[in-house]
Each structure stands twice: as structure tokens, then as C-alpha cells.
Design a protein around this ligand. Sequence first.
Ligand code: NAP
Ligand code: HSE
Length: 430
Amino acid sequence: MEGIRTIHAALLGAGTVGSGVYKVVQRQKEEMPFKTGANLEISKVLVRDASKERPGIPKELLTENWEDILSDPEIEIVIEVMGGMEPAQTYMLEAMKAGKHVVTANKDLLAEHGKILMETAKANRVDLMFEAAVAGGIPIIRPLKNSLAGNNITEVMGIVNGTTNYILTKMSKEGMDYQEALDLATELGYAEADPTADVEGLDAGRKMAIMASIAFNSRVTFADVYTEGITKITSEDIRYAREFGYEIKLLGVARNTETGIEVKVHPMLISADHPLASVNDAFNAVFVHGDAVDDTMFYGRGAGELPTASAVMGDLIDEVRHIIGNTIGCNVCGCYKQLPIKEIGDSKSRFFMRVQVEDRLGVLAGIASVLGNNGVSIAQVVQKRSKKEGMAELVVITDEVVERHFQDALTVFCSMSTVKEVSSLIRVYQ
Ligand code: NAP
Ligand code: HSE
């Protein structure tokens, strides 16, 4: 629209998310003046290789030189969607020091260096927004920071990685093998540049650190999060879990307990009746429990080009409104507490175990007694015939036990001559 101010922004990155953001900014072109009181224009796009074709993005906007953006006084917003630690961190810090607002989807950086980024934003009276960093298109950062700020939040948990949820869904519902499902998730733009971050639970761990920091008002970094991925989950585990009435999901759980903050990401059996059990494909869902609101649930697409661009665009619209309303510099880091972090060994879990044992009289009773004598009681057990002669497979679900005690019991259990192998060990959500 002519006759009103145009706010200029630069995109750092034109991959899955960057190209989505460019598209959504174009789609919203006519609406922007009505929504914000200004036009929004992406006037430069930083990439590694400017000679590569970028469908939909005019070639003249592309640059390989960060200085072109940093030194351009017209650019008021920098949208960092290139990913990784460096040079992304340097660029974001330099942009804020130059008075530019930053919108980012970079959970890796926020989960490790959130403090310095927030402090730099505050010192330079600029905004740092990151709705897209957690759970793709689902609005969860703003609800935690604003709408639910009147609560003492005690738990944030859910499915926060699209790639692994897609893989587990395909393995579980379509019998697809792990690698084929991962290749498809990569092709669809869900996976990180290095998908190890997804399948080993690191990406989910970073998102949990960010959410826990905001929810509990106490800094939690990625190093504080216990992580395990899905690479050891087999189709047998999925099948047996089903027989017991469970689905297997990669869950992130953050709890603010009387003895400290517990933050972990690992595969879990979750009852088929639980709403999270039917969150499939690249969808994510986050549960938040607060002392006033009770339970809330947020659900939507957790990864991909346009859902993630939707979250970035929300931040951009907010930022343009801030600039027009002259309300810049409203960043306040909410981490005013210093709560201790609990070790995984001190948390309590139930366990699902698949164990190969000798198939003879009294073995099951012996196993139950060794586990029982070491403080682990069995809630459910099923014996399966093994393909190997003279062997049987036991599928066990324990009652709740302190993890440290369980590991001690497991050491004794594994030393029994009748126990040949623990094939799987997965926690059970309650
Ligand atoms: P991507 O497809 O790999 O795209 C990265 C883009 O950044 C590419 O255009 C690349 O340029 C550019 N780039 C990378 N390093 C650069 C450097 N040193 N200098 C200049 N340009 C550089 O990644 P993505 O999936 O869009 O993810 C981007 C960010 O969003 C990451 O932080 C990711 O964790 C986050 N995120 C992704 C999703 C998702 O669903 N994919 C969802 C939420 C958040 P070239 O094209 O020239 O190589
Ligand atoms: N790789 C991430 C995922 C992208 O699969 O969830 C969204 O953060």
C-alpha cells in the first residue's frame, strides 16, 4: 500500500523455512498494512550459494555477504533461519548491536546461548522473537510467556519433534522400516540438516530446555536435559507395546518438583487412551499444567515449510507492530530463579523390558524374585516363545521405581545365568 511506511527485513537462509517465510510474506502483502499499519518487504536474502536457483525468490535479492545486510540502515528486522551455531550466533549478536530486531527459529542456539542473546537484545533495546524454535507452527512460546504467566507451571510435556513422530508413525501404522521413514521425513523438509539431532532426541531436548526455562522462570540449558533417541526402537517393541495397550512415542517431559527441575527426552510407552497416543505423522502436541489453569493442550504441525513459516510470520507481524507503535526493547528475560536441576537417576519411572531368557521351569519365578529383592516390582509380564531353541522371551512392565534403584537391580538381574540378553528397555509414561 502506498503512502504508508515500509519496514525492511532480511532473511538469513532460503532453505525449507526461509523459502516458506518468503512465500508467506508475499501472501500477506496486501493484508500487512491493515494488520500492522505498515508494509513489510524482504529486501535481502543471505545464502551460501547465490548462484543456486531459489524458486519464487528474485535473484537480485540474494547475497552471500553478511556485511551487505548488517551495514544496510534500511533493514530493521533480521530473520535468522539458516540454523547451526556459527556464524548464526555472530550474525544475530551483530544485528542486535546494530539496533536491528531479530526473529529466529534456531533452537540449537537458544538452548545453549539463550542468556547472551537475551542480554544483548535487552542492552540494545531490540526484540528477539523465537516462536518457530519450538514445535513448528504451534503457538507455545507466547502462551508460556504471556497467556499462562499467571500460573505456577509444574509440568510441560509432549511430542516436540516432527521427524521422529513421523518415523514412529510410519513404522507403527504402515510397517515401514526405520531408514525409509527417515528418508521420507528428510525429503518432506522435517529433518534437521543433520538428522542425528532429530533421531537421537537432541532437537527435542533443545526445545524442552527452551520451554522449561520460560515455564519455570529458571535457566535450563541443553546440557541439563537427559536425552535418548529412537534409533533402538524395533518393530517388535511397537508390536508388544500394542499388545499391552500402549503406543511408543518420543516424549519430552519437564517437571518443576520440590527437589528441582527434571527435564528429559526419551522414547516412552504411552497408553493408547492418552491423547498423545493419537498424535501422528509430523504433528506435535504440548501439555502444560499450571496451578490456576489446570491442564492445557496445544496441537498442530510441528515441522515443515509453511507451518514453521506461520510461526515466523506471527513474530514478524508482532515486530512490525512494535516498530510502528514505537514499543521496541520490550525484551525481559524471565529467568529470575535459580532452581537446581535433578539427575535422571533421581527421577521415577516405570519400565518396559524385553528379555531373552532360558526356557525352563522356575526361570520366571527366579527373575521376579531377583527384581523384587532389589526393589523392582513387576506389574505385568508375558512370556513369548523365542525363535531360538531352548529360549523364551519375556516382556515385562515394572511398577514405578527410582531410576537409580532400577539400574542397580538391572545389574544384578543381568548377571543371572538364565538371563541371556535385555533386548529393549523403554520407560512407560504415567
Ligand atoms: P535448510 O533447509 O538447511 O536451510 C538453511 C539455509 O541457510 C540455506 O538456504 C543455506 O544456504 C543457508 N545457510 C546455511 N548456512 C549458511 C551460512 N553460513 N551463510 C549463509 N547462508 C547459510 O534448513 P531449514 O530446515 O530451513 O532450517 C533452518 C532453521 O530453522 C534451523 O535452525 C532449524 O532448526 C529451524 N527449524 C526448522 C524447521 C523445519 O521444519 N525444517 C522447523 C522449525 C525450526 P544454501 O541454500 O545456499 O545452502
Ligand atoms: N527437525 C525438527 C522436527 C524441525 O522434526 O521437529 C522442527 O523444529
